[in-house]
Ligand binder design. Structure first.
Ligand SMILES: *Cc1c(COP(=O)(O)O)cnc(C)c1O
Length: 402
């Protein structure tokens, strides 16, 4: 039995089967991972948009090592320096207000939802408009916000107060607003939904609708935040700013941390006792996050992502005419989707065989989320694997090298 088979057997016996993993990973460095059998892969999943600065970045490792020797946990009964520093850094990067820390994306969205309800309370506004095909997490309220029935099936009744309308359809939003509407929650790019960017005019329209009626504009930046789109935050691609947004995934460089980032207008909505998290703002995860922000800044990864992401996207687009089963390319920065004419899963498996890890999303989309510090040679290598796999899928020979 191989190590992978042995692990699969242990999982089958002991792990509640909510996932269906493929490889067993034992090591990661930069854009590469090693499986339990010693095979190396280019990791264009980045732990699902978590490893924006790559696997085991030495500065993250050192920050975590140092903090674990000082203070690993305190709880929010006490002040700690990393939490204060991280909030100050985030508030300087965006909105100029205040932060609340938690441990995951779903929890950060729960905090947004609770904040919106509290903010709307005095005017009896509690409804939140979200979008079809959106993804906001698996806790019950985040699931109720998520506009995909497949994730909700079996868990009814859902918490009340959520209305789903078509994405990128401003008239539908206008029609859905009532005297009960407290907030609109939207992703700048729907990630799990299939890498579908919001139209900048749609986001600007939402901002105007919200301003006109004192409705909060909330953005879920869990996947698209922190440089992924070639902007610090996905909403910046449309030039607007939300009243508050959620972060998680890449914030901790691989450690679990989520954040609600609030503008001054809503920064004091929660008062003592209104919300809490035991681990929220833990010194180790905050130290990791501080190192992540420093790496993004010092290695200029946001502008690099805008540049290299556009170049990689342009290369992906050359595949559209060349291979009939490639329909289109979507996305921004290093959040890119290759839309196929057929289910993406077998194709993603073929890529994995050839040493490239990607994610099959929304049935037919191959999602690429390389680390933002991926090397140009690694992008080249990934593209060659992709070309080869597409040639095989189409039963076409690759053109001769000239
Ligand atoms: C992954 C994701 C979430 C949920 O994050 P968890 O940490 O898994 O709870 C929420 N929103 C978006 C946009 C995501 O991509």
């Amino acid at each position: 039995m191989t190590k992978t088979e042995s692990l699969a057997a242990q999982y089958a016996q002991h792990i509640i089967p909510t996932y269906s993993p493929s490889l067993a990973l034992v090591k990661g460095r930069g854009s590469r991972v090693w499986d339990a059998e010693g095979k190396v892969y280019l990791d264009f999943t980045s732990g699902i948009a978590v490893l924006n600065v790559g696997h085991c970045h030495p500065r993250i490792v050192e920050a975590v090592r140092k903090q674990t020797t000082e203070l690993m946990h305190a709880s929010n009964l006490f002040y700690t320096e990393p939490q204060a520093q991280l909030a100050a850094r985030l508030n300087t990067l965006a909105l100029g207000g205040k932060c609340f820390f938690c441990n995951s994306g779903a929890e950060a969205n729960e905090a947004l939802i609770k904040l919106a309800r509290l903010y709307g309370k005095s005017r009896n506004r509690f409804e939140i408009i979200t979008f079809q095909n959106s993804f906001h997490g698996r806790t019950l309220a985040a699931l109720a916000a998520t506009g995909q029935t497949k994730y909700r099936n079996g868990f009814e009744p859902m918490p009340e107060g959520f209305v789903h309308v078509p994405f990128n359809d401003l008239d539908a939003v206008r029609a859905a607003i009532t005297e009960k509407t407290a907030a609109i929650l939207v992703e700048a790019i729907q990630g799990e939904g299939g890498v579908i960017p919001a139209d900048p005019n749609f986001l600007r329209g939402l901002r105007a609708l919200c301003d006109a009626q004192d409705i909060l504009l909330l953005m879920d930046e869990v996947q698209c935040g922190l440089g992924r789109t070639g902007h610090w935050f996905g909403y910046q691609s449309s030039g607007i700013a939300p009243d508050a947004f959620s972060l998680a995934k890449s914030l901790g460089g691989g450690l679990p941390i989520g954040a609600l980032v609030a503008s001054p207008k809503v920064a004091d909505t929660f008062q003592p006792g209104k919300h809490a998290s035991t681990f929220g703002g833990n010194p180790v995860t905050c130290a990791a996050a501080l190192a992540v922000l420093s790496v993004l800044e010092d290695e200029q990864l946001v502008s690099r992502t805008a540049k290299l992401g556009a170049q990689f996207r342009a290369r992906l687009e050359t595949l559209v005419g060349r291979f009939p089963r490639v329909k289109s390319v979507r996305g921004l920065g290093f959040m890119l989707g290759l839309v196929l004419e057929e289910p993406a899963k077998p194709f993603v498996e073929a890529l994995r065989e050839k040493g490239l890890l990607a994610i099959a999303t929304a049935e037919t989309v191959v999602r690429f989320l390389p680390p933002l510090n991926v090397k140009e040679t690694e992008l080249e290598e990934a593209f060659e694997i992709l070309e080869e796999a597409l040639s095989e899928l189409h039963g076409m020979p690759l053109p001769e090298e000239t």
